[in-house]
Design a protein around this ligand. Sequence first.
Ligand code: NAD
Length: 254
Amino acid sequence: MHIQNQIALVTGGRSGMGRATAEHLISLGAKVALVDIALEVADVAKDIGAIGYTADVADEKSISDVLDKIEKEFGACPRIVVNCAGICPASRTVGRDGPHPLDLFEKTLRVNLIGSFNVLRLAAERMSKASALNDDDERGVIINTASVAAYEGQIGQAAYSASKGGIVGMTLPIARELSKMGIRIATIAPGIMETPMITQMSEEVQDSLKSTMLFPKRLGKPEEFAKLAAHICENMMINGETIRLDGALRLAPR
Ligand SMILES: NC(=O)c1ccc[n+]([C@@H]2O[C@H](COP(=O)([O-])OP(=O)(O)OC[C@H]3O[C@@H](n4cnc5c(N)ncnc54)[C@H](O)[C@@H]3O)[C@@H](O)[C@H]2O)c1
């Protein structure tokens, strides 16, 4: 798909990899709608030349309403969807204070897994009814964000790993289902990236994370994620796959 003039919906777009992806897509000529639960998304959107919508990705009605507004304000439905919204809480299955709070486990799955699925299923329905974009009958592309924690989650990451493992697991069956509609889906599994999710952690934790990096010996940059997302849009043979973006990192147990 040529990115120029396409409408792109980026969730979690207020910050980190979502924001970097939105900025990169705009630099390549896309028209971008940012969705985030944080109210500041409107200011970020204004700064980067997008339109911002405050919504919870896991809320059916809110996302339907956002898609209606996008069609009205942009004149058509998004052909690119990048799911970056996510949370990363930590809790042990059995900790000092008792078992893992069930509501925290549920919330993590709700935002990361159900939220990604909610956005992609509602956007894909609209894409499926839109006209083909090229001779291959392509109608759209969906990019999800998992994590290397889907494969080697650390101590305290049962909920996060389950949510990201779910994203990896649903990628192929969704690709199979949407193929007849000309819609591709791919997942990016980042390693440790320099975004607020990580930079808000203590120096000690960040140093320990950096020390596990192989090459390059630094955290990943949000722009590196953005470039891969754009490449997935442009390269039609990428479909149904999860791509690790981690500099050969394999997470240790802690
Ligand atoms: N930073 C890393 O090292 C890393 C590694 C692997 C995977 N990831 C994943 O990458 C994605 C982007 O993370 P990031 O590092 O850019 O973090 P970030 O915290 O900078 O951005 C996440 C954004 O998601 C938004 N959000 C949270 N809950 C939401 C909801 N219910 N509805 C809408 N928006 C919501 C937040 O407000 C925030 O702006 C996440 O899914 C994260 O799990 C991050």
